[in-house]
Design a protein. Structure first.
Length: 274
């Protein structure tokens, strides 16, 4: 397993150097689905850098990356890669983005690395071995109740079309939690829950490369992952809830309350359109 961790770290650091060298420079920016879903030339370069390295190192492994077509491996392993998680931040030279790399064996995450190149912070997790920040063990917070919690969230790419729907959840937590933050990198949000910097995180419609490494980080740091009803977290599902475990049920109660109210009113679909 150490060879996988070493490879993930090497790839993340190599991509991180590229991001540091380019984050304040002018970038070529393209839109993918609409104006809120963008990609830069650096995303593509970092993606090629990581995928080529991992493909040459582990030719039998599958690769699922945000910026390139998925490739199916011949064995049990598959890498999940986000070369820049927080592309909008990166494109605007806002200093909050990361490189996220995870490895799954038979659909179970076994290795996760999230690297913040500007703060030089490396979050690393291995199944059954715990989670670390720059080599030191990390653990979720001990905050016991939602009213004392700092919540993190994000908004999907269809937020302009579904703003009223998503803002209902934001408002509910704003009224119940001590604070709510929206920073623009789901991988770092999950790592911040794992490190005890925040107490919970929720978001709709994330992708596997957004959550693969961070979800393992939360679990290995003693936290809890689920969907909004408390069911098992699904890497390919639409709902991501992470917490320190202590405030998990309260967070679920809020999410379910908003969902139920929305369904009852019949003004909004309770589930975003795909």
């Amino acid at each position: 397993m150490q060879e996988f961790i070493n490879a993930a770290l090497a790839a993340a650091y190599k991509a991180g150097e590229l991001l540091r060298a380019n984050w304040i420079r002018a970038k070529q920016i393209e839109t993918k689905s609409d104006l809120t879903d963008i990609v830069t030339n650096v995303d593509k370069e970092a993606d090629a850098m990581i995928t080529n390295f991992l493909r040459s190192t582990f030719p039998d492994h599958g690769i699922v990356s945000e910026e390139s077509p998925a490739t199916q491996g011949k064995g049990l392993y598959c890498w999940y890669i986000d070369p820049i998680d927080g592309t909008t931040n990166f494109a605007h030279t806002y200093p909050h983005f990361s490189v996220s790399i995870a490895l799954a064996r038979d659909a179970s995450m076994v290795v996760g690395v999230v690297y913040d190149p500007l703060r030089d912070e490396t979050f690393c997790a291995q199944r059954g071995k715990g989670a670390t920040l720059n080599g030191k063990p990390i653990h979720v917070s001990s905050v016991p109740t939602l009213d004392r919690s700092l919540m993190l969230t994000g908004f999907p790419y269809d937020r302009r079309q579904r703003s009223e729907f998503y803002l209902r959840f934001y408002r509910a937590f704003m009224l119940r939690a001590q604070g709510v933050r929206r920073s623009g990198s789901a991988s770092l949000d999950l790592c911040y829950v794992a490190a005890g910097r925040a107490d919970a995180f929720w978001e709709w419609r994330l992708y596997p490369w957004d959550t693969a490494a961070g979800a393992l980080m939360v679990e290995e740091a003693g936290g809890k992952m689920s969907d909004f009803s408390g069911g098992p977290f699904n890497l390919f599902g639409e709902q991501t809830l992470a917490s320190n475990g202590l405030v998990h049920q309260e967070a679920i109660a809020v999410l379910q309350e908003v969902t139920a109210a929305t369904e009852q009113e019949g003004k909004l679909c309770c589930k975003p359109e795909m």
